[in-house]
Ligand binder design. Structure first.
Ligand SMILES: [Zn+2]
Length: 157
């Protein structure tokens, strides 16, 4: 469960999340928003959170950045570190073999990488067409479909 869905796991450390339809709902964990009725939603499918009370929202990286004051790179390292230590319980016959643990670890890191790639892609899409980065991809004749399929994005804010 950890592999592709680290957001709910990370947020669960700070607030109790309960299933509500496809989402998980709990009280907003941000200290500047004290609430009695839960309005903080986490979507494990989309890997995003949104608080209907204070309007904070984002993905696992923005959560760590805003909640823990981490930089994007620190958040990435933190998640990679978590993936290494929190191995899920595996009851398969190969559960104790080194290969299996290595496989699970790689799977988790791939999951984190996928979320990072989505983050970069979203960063790219948020830029105006006149932005340097978009002009650059346009100059290189990189089409939207290619950007999408190769997961090309931009890192800086
Ligand atoms: Zn809130």
């Amino acid at each position: 469960m950890v592999s592709a869905a680290p957001l709910a796991e990370v947020i669960s450390q700070y607030t109790l999340l309960k299933p509500a339809g496809r989402d998980l709902v709990g009280r907003c964990p941000f200290p500047d928003h004290k609430e009695k009725t839960p309005s903080f939603h986490v979507s494990p499918d989309k890997q995003v959170y949104h608080c209907f009370g204070c309007k904070k929202g984002g993905n696992v990286f923005t959560f760590l950045q805003h909640f823990q004051g981490m930089s994007f790179v620190e958040a990435l390292e933190h998640l990679a570190e978590r993936a290494r230590i929190s191995l899920p319980v595996d009851n398969s016959p190969f559960a104790n073999s080194q290969d299996s643990k290595e496989y699970i670890r790689k799977k988790e890191l791939l999951g984190i990488n996928k979320i990072a790639a989505q983050y970069f892609c979203e960063n790219y899409k948020k830029r105006p067409v006149s932005h340097d980065v978009r002009e650059y991809t346009h100059r290189r004749y990189i089409k939207a479909a290619a950007l999408e399929s190769f997961g090309i994005g931009v890192a800086s804010v």
